[in-house]
Design a protein around this ligand. Structure first.
Ligand code: HEC
Ligand code: HEC
Length: 293
């Protein structure tokens, strides 16, 4: 069986989630993390919480092309959805944080985001720095999507995808080449690729390797169709725009990933692929009531 054909872990029965063995989820930690996630005291002027940008009503991201921090300060990148990020192998679009425990404190003292000294956040909430990191990371690990029509189809329900969606799946894995990067149960290889979006340094800022210039982390496609705009700079407004972008082979540049090739899809093929992308949307679960085990 190829990686792409593996079923997603059923919600609540996740076999592998990095970090869980170091920091097992407990009711206490997840409940505290959930409270903190919605707590505006984590921002300097008490105006925003994690959930302001990672909004549960919008697939744990927001509607802006790039993030909006306190006092309307604009960030450089799009807020990523937090769905299934517990399975991530590195964090941020350029992967500069190795663990969720590291990652979750970084928005707090980022001047363009919450702009609050982490020690001050600890004082305000009465939760130590270490507990803040563990609790927020634990909560983020419980934010998951699964049970999509695609998952049901992979699990053997042949009717879970209609014929157009099945044609879209065949294109995704075949001629359109999407599964070269969007692979595995979470539809990401967790690696970094140059698709030609934006002109920022991307992964280069972390590794200093020339070949990583302009490379960004492959995002999961679970529930992605539900949270436009797309890409690390929010530059593509619709699913159709994303498909047109790949159809022309991405944006040409000296370090374009070799997997990015012009596709010459027909109008029907584009529609089928868009329908397939929409079939990746499943049920969202979060919090202790249905924790991953
Ligand atoms: C101002 C909006 C904003 C706020 C507030 C915010 N984030 Fe984020 N978050 C972002 C952006 C933008 C990124 C991506 C930044 C980058 O890649 O450079 C991100 C990235 C992340 C990631 C990495 C996801 C991935 O796929 O790599 C996690 C996890 C995360 N945030 C959790 C949190 C938590 C927990 C809080 C609260 C302590 C929080 N965020 C507050 C905007 C925000
Ligand atoms: C060479 C690897 C690669 C291939 C091939 C590829 N992708 Fe991507 N995909 C990425 C990367 C990397 C990003 C993020 C790019 C960025 O923001 O700079 C991305 C982003 C996306 C997004 C936006 C998700 C979000 O949350 O913003 C969608 C949708 C998407 N790809 C769908 C597809 C489809 C459909 C195909 C096939 C036609 C495809 N991808 C082929 C690597 C790839």
């Amino acid at each position: 069986m190829t990686l792409a054909a593996q079923p997603a872990p059923p919600l609540g029965l996740d076999a592998f989630m990095p970090g869980l063995h170091l920091h097992p989820l407990t009711r206490e930690k997840v409940t505290l993390g959930r409270k903190l996630f919605f707590d505006q005291r984590l921002s300097r002027d008490n105006s925003i919480a994690c959930s302001t940008c990672h909004d549960p009503a919008f697939q744990f991201t927001d509607r802006h092309p790039t993030a909006r921090g306190i006092e309307g300060r604009t960030g450089d990148r799009r807020t990523p959805s937090l769905l299934n990020r517990g399975y991530g192998l590195s964090f941020f679009w350029d992967g500069r944080a190795a663990t969720l425990e590291q990652q979750v404190l970084m928005p707090i003292d980022n001047p363009k985001e919450m702009d609050l000294d982490v020690n001050e956040a600890a004082r305000r909430t009465g939760v130590s720095r270490e507990q803040l990191a563990e609790a927020l990371a634990a909560y983020v690990r419980t934010i998951r999507s699964g049970g999509s029509p695609y998952d049901k189809y992979i699990a053997g329900d042949a009717n879970a995808l209609n014929p157009a969606e099945r044609r879209g799946l065949a294109l995704f894995r075949g001629r359109a080449g999407c599964s070269a990067c969007h692979i595995g149960p979470n539809l990401t290889d967790e690696r970094f690729h140059n698709t030609g979006i934006g002109s920022a340094e991307g992964r280069f800022a972390v590794t200093g390797r020339e070949s990583d210039r302009g490379a960004f982390k492959t995002p999961t496609l679970r529930n992605a169709a539900l949270h436009p705009p797309f890409m690390h700079d929010g530059s593509l407004a619709t699913v159709e725009a994303v498909i047109d972008f790949y159809d022309k082979g991405g944006n040409s540049n000296p370090r374009l990933d070799p997997e990015m090739l012009p596709l010459r899809l027909t109008a029907t093929e584009k529609t089928d692929l868009a329908l397939f992308l929409r079939s990746l949307s499943g049920t969202v679960e979060e919090g202790w009531e249905t924790p991953p085990r």
